[in-house]
Design a protein around this ligand. Structure first.
Ligand code: GTP
Ligand code: MG
Length: 203
């Protein structure tokens, strides 16, 4: 990686089976697999994205495992994360309820950097029942009332709905927040110029 390259670290969090790996694989490799295995430990993917201002940014996508037994491992990747996708599935109502726990875990375990952009992702929109949409929207609205800084995306990794837009938006938001932080000296990390050695640590 060259000296002037910018890299943002994005982590996915949420219950097992909601589609975190599928979202990342759709975005990074444009593939979808019905019989994908549950993540063991943690996975990584990389993808370059071009921002509106034509700057190129490398995204490091950290794919955590949703199973309870991997929670403490997931926590060890929270450090210096630049953006978070909190994922639930329309197929698993409990996964929405459980998001507050994931948010609490992130907020109490990351390294105190403020203003980390976060997106609420309702995945498997292809399985969302027509008659459930209104109820689901109400739940999301209530959630956004409480977590005002969140954006919301309704995605389908299977049908490739809004997957690119989701990452593009997050990358743009991270970029503008970090630029702002750099300018105003807020408690937001400045744009990072990575070199091979620094980047090598992986997290
Ligand atoms: P863990 O690794 O256990 O934390 O789960 P995960 O959140 O990574 O879920 P994963 O991507 O493994 O997906 C779980 C199941 O849901 C798989 O069978 C996927 O094929 C399926 N799936 C993922 N996204 C979608 C989607 O958008 N629509 C549909 N219909 N199925 C999906
Ligand atoms: Mg997974």
């Amino acid at each position: 990686m060259s000296k002037n390259e910018i890299m943002f670290k994005i982590i996915t969090l949420g219950d097992s089976g909601v589609g975190k790996t599928s979202i990342i694989r759709r975005y990074a490799n444009n593939i979808f697999d019905e019989s994908i295995l549950s993540t063991v430990g943690v996975g990584f993917a990389f993808k370059e994205v071009e921002l509106k201002n034509k700057k190129k940014v490398k995204l490091k996508l950290i794919d955590t495992a949703g199973q309870e037994k991997f929670k403490s491992l997931a926590k060890s990747y929270f450090k210096n994360v630049d953006g978070v996708l909190f994922v639930y599935s329309f197929e698993i109502p409990q996964s929405f309820e459980n998001l507050k726990e994931w948010i609490k875990l992130f907020n109490t375990s990351h390294n105190g950097k403020t203003g980390v952009p976060m997106i609420l992702v309702g995945n498997k929109s292809d399985l969302e029942e027509e008659e459930e949409v209104q109820k689901n929207d109400k739940l999301v609205n209530d959630f956004l009332e409480e977590f005002k800084d969140f954006k919301f995306y309704r995605t389908s990794a299977k049908e490739n709905i809004l997957i690119n837009d989701l990452f593009q938006e997050l990358a743009e938001e991270i970029y503008s927040k970090e630029k702002e932080g750099g300018k105003k000296g807020h408690n937001v990390v400045k744009l990072k110029n990575f070199d091979e050695k620094k980047n090598h640590c992986g997290c």
